[in-house]
Design a protein. Sequence first.
Length: 306
Amino acid sequence: MTVDEKLASLGADVTDHRLIRPDGRVVAWSESGDTAGRPILRVPGTPGCRFSIRADRTPWTDRGLRVITTERPGYGASTRLEGRAFVEHSDDLAAILDSLGIDALPVYGASGAAPHILDLAFRHPDRVTAATIAVGAAPLEPDEVDQMIDLNALEHRLIEEGRFDEVWRITTEIREQILADPMGAFRSAMESSTAADLEIIDDPTWQRGFAVALVEAISQGPGGWYDEGLAMQAPWGIDLASIRTDISWWHSDGDRNAPLSAARRLVDALPNARLHVWTDAGHLTPYRYEPELLDELLSRADAASA
């Protein structure tokens, strides 16, 4: 499927955008929802891309939101940056906002978006009016690695052991499986997750939004996914104690991709954050609660701007 075909499958409101950075890299993003509406920045999880958008966008259009969905190096149409950390993408996000003439806006995202949102709030605090992070990744203790789905636990241990060639091999192998059968491969990777997650995976509307994005995210190769895994386990280089952005962090009690105890420890280190916990829930649960997440985020952003 070509990019134009993917765009057509996503819907007429979705537009595709590019920016060339000073180092020559391409940084891509999409816009969707109410294109004349209130801008909000949406940071995808891992692996994610500019097409990581809902098939059912009524939570966005009902609120008149112009949703800007970004893309990190090595995913989709965005040039890979081997060895990247989080600072590079924070600067990319600020440059996207500059190109759009947007000074500040609410920001939200889930899972692997967490360190990228935190780094943006740390390095470019004036650009974020309020932030929401759902089921966010956080640095893990050894016992928390054992709580993760089998694939994530294996890759985490291999990175800790410095077996990077094996991590590359596994990432390449999973990528090939996804390209051949996106939902089958993802369902297999998540088979050790929660019943709540498996129920969402079987939702046809969720699948319609997810499958196109998953394939696009890894379309140029395994590099973006591999680089992100290494960055997640390296020191983040984010001074959490200095972040003054108002942050709501929503998490699930049964999350097997991002254990709750690690999220709790990270939120405790943030001066202006609060943790909300869903019960009997999993890593994909934010999909069910996006209207509530948006209302709460927009309310805080309005208060901060008043």
